[in-house]
Design a protein. Structure first.
Length: 270
């Protein structure tokens, strides 16, 4: 009897599909699942100069979110025939294969490419690229562990690394993220809150989820990037944007202290 080679043989054993049930975003005690209030940011740790071989580097911990960044340049561009009066800024953001609940691939996927482009757009207004003609600045970001607010933390880490490299800047870029679940605004969301498995029990209608990430230049009081996913009305958008800006202002003293300590270390060596 001929064998039908177009038919794909199924597995010998089957397992039922596991559907994760939706959980309330706010527990009965008024706190989130990690015992934070809605407007509370997780403890943050920053360190500049984490990679000795890089021109500038930074390491950031935001609870269980861990990111390391290295900056190389300004250096001669790979394509020597192309002339540019300004420096070319490039970024490669990559999730480590073990950083998420599901194993990530070795090749950069669409989400990582999108995040890389957003980091470049957020940092181009910050760097004095006109001071470095015919050169390129390469930023490499690796997410060691993902527990939410990755894009905002990546922007902050890249800004610290660029400042550590000695490249001239107008200001540092500080990122902050906010998750909107119905009428609840959760600043600095975790991966559980970002994945959309939480709901708002106080609302009977369909809950509208949205994410917003803002990059702020604190000294200049300007926004270099604003990314929003989801559907929101004008009033809600303005409110959560202001909440994100307040979060950036609260993170800025940690970044400032990190760069001050790094400068003191360099001065003590000389």
């Amino acid at each position: 009897m001929p064998i039908d080679r177009n038919r794909i043989a199924g597995p010998e054993e089957t397992q039922p599909i596991e559907i994760q049930e939706s959980q309330p975003a706010i527990l009965p005690n008024g706190c989130r699942h990690d015992d934070r209030k809605m407007d509370q940011i997780r403890p943050m740790f920053c360190r500049a100069g984490a990679i000795s071989q890089a021109t500038g580097s930074a390491y950031i911990e935001l609870a269980n979110t861990k990111i390391i960044c290295g900056v190389y340049g300004p250096r001669e561009p790979a394509n020597k025939q192309e002339f540019s009066i300004k420096a070319k800024l490039s970024c490669e953001l990559k999730f480590a294969t073990f950083s998420c609940h599901r194993r990530r691939g070795h090749i950069q996927d669409s989400q990582e490419k999108e995040y890389s482009q957003i980091v470049v757009q957020a940092l181009e207004p910050v760097i004095r690229i006109d001071k470095y003609p015919k050169s390129q600045i390469d930023i490499f970001i690796t997410v060691l562990q993902n527990d939410g607010s990755v894009l905002a933390s990546a922007i902050t880490a890249a800004s610290i690394a660029i400042a550590d490299s000695g490249i001239e800047m107008f200001d540092v870029a500080v990122g902050c993220c906010l998750r909107r679940i119905g009428n609840l605004s959760l600043i600095d969301p975790t991966s559980l809150e970002e994945e959309g498995h939480l709901n708002n029990e106080s609302e009977d209608d369909v809950v509208v989820n949205a994410n917003i990430t803002v990059a702020l230049l604190p000294s200049l009081n300007q926004v270099s990037a604003l990314i929003m996913n989801g559907e929101l009305d004008a009033d809600s958008t303005q409110k959560i944007t202001n909440d994100c800006l307040e979060g950036c202002i609260r993170i800025y003293p940690v970044v400032k202290e990190c760069l001050t300590k790094r400068l003191q270390e360099k001065a003590s060596r000389n």
